[in-house]
Design a protein around this ligand. Structure first.
Ligand SMILES: *Cc1c(COP(=O)(O)O)cnc(C)c1O
Ligand code: SF4
Length: 349
């Protein structure tokens, strides 16, 4: 008998409650030991004794990994590309020149409570600070989410701002992750935006279909299909191994539901910094009906230097990708430079 929507709606919240919240548990579940992790960090700034981040870093940005994502890691492999995205190494405690807390100029772009505008015609809403996973390279890991609206009533001034500005044609729901809102709150927000005539598109920037596939419920798909504005879903997957089992099913359901699904990835050292990894990612995305959109050069946020791939290496990977993939399978390689009118395609000439 098919599940009722009500039942499936509860699953993802339960899955989230059961997520792994410590590096020790993560390693234990994968049959790994702390000794298998060498950190590139030198002794001088070392805050924690082992290979893992200090307690202070973990208090600010704790480990969070849903079971579904964990199940897609290879048991016993310390270099697993999924594990590398969520394992808090002591490198995070390192300060480095040029790596700052607001690397992308978000705070200068704030137009109102929870509203960022950097580019013409589109605004981005910080709908929540919550995510279902904590990616250690996150560009908004230091964003002051507590200052942004929490309850729906607090959105009214931002919705009014969007309603008054007829130059805005697209609203991007971001965060955190907008699909962390429950269906009721998400629907209320979407309906309010949908009533604004000059809003032609509502875009969802979400990693939940990748890391917590149970979030892709019938109710969610029906909500998107019922919007007057064109929904566009932009997922965030960095490696072909993420796009397996329950995640592959969820992503395919989205792409077959009649709205565009795009992917953005971040170029990450030790995760996807090879032609092979990028080609496999694009091919897997295309197989699931998802168009590769952006490959982001890492934003220089404090504590993420160990993930950085030199731009010259990224350019070489990108050049070779164009030789092995169809044009539509090659993501745009971009970097965010504060103050520009769009993301900057690399090379920046
Ligand atoms: C990246 C970003 C967007 C989206 O840019 P597109 O090129 O339209 O994908 C919009 N607003 C902000 C603040 C952004 O950082
Ligand atoms: S899902 Fe996105 S916003 Fe959330 S931790 Fe990962 S990179 Fe950051």
């Amino acid at each position: 008998m098919p599940e009722t929507v009500q039942e499936s709606a509860g699953h993802w919240q339960r899955d989230l409650a059961n997520a792994v919240r410590s590096a020790d548990v993560l390693l234990e579940r994968l049959g790994l030991t702390a000794e298998q992790f060498q950190s590139a960090a030198t002794g001088t700034h070392r805050l924690a004794p082992g290979p893992f981040a200090s307690e202070e870093t973990l208090r600010q940005f704790p480990v969070l990994v849903p079971e579904s994502f964990l199940r897609r890691m290879v048991h016993g492999d310390p270099a697993d590309p999924l594990l590398r995205q969520v394992l808090p190494l002591s490198d995070e405690d390192q300060t480095a020149d040029g790596f700052v807390s607001d690397a992308v100029g978000d705070l200068q772009a704030r137009r109102g409570p929870g509203v960022l505008q950097k580019y013409a015609g589109r605004v981005l809403l910080i709908t929540t600070g919550a995510c279902a996973i904590h990616c250690r390279y996150c560009f908004r890991r230091d964003y002051p989410y507590v200052d942004e609206p929490r309850r729906l009533e607090e959105w009214s001034s931002s919705i009014a701002l969007i309603a008054e500005d007829t130059s805005i044609h697209e609203v991007i729901l971001s965060g955190g992750d907008p699909l962390m809102l429950n269906d009721g709150r998400l629907e209320t927000l979407c309906r309010q935006l949908d009533q604004i005539e000059h809003i032609e598109r509502i875009r969802f920037h979400t990693r939940l279909p990748i890391v917590l596939p149970s979030r892709v419920t019938d109710g969610l798909i029906r909500l998107l299909q019922s919007l007057r504005a064109q929904p566009i879903v932009v997922v965030h997957s960095n490696h072909a191994s993420e796009l397996m089992s329950d995640c592959a099913e969820a992503v395919k359901r989205l792409s077959r539901s009649g709205f565009p699904v795009l992917n953005q990835a971040v170029l990450l050292r030790g995760v996807n910094d090879s032609v092979e990894a990028q080609e496999a990612l694009s091919r897997r995305l295309l197989q699931l009906g998802v168009m590769p959109y952006y490959l982001h050069q890492l934003d220089r946020v404090s504590g993420t230097r160990h993930f950085e791939v030199p731009e010259a290496d990224g350019l070489e990977i990108h050049r070779r990708l164009r030789e092995v993939l169809p044009g539509y399978g090659v993501p745009r390689y971009v970097r965010e430079i504060p103050g520009r009118k769009s993301k900057t395609e690399l090379p920046d000439e």
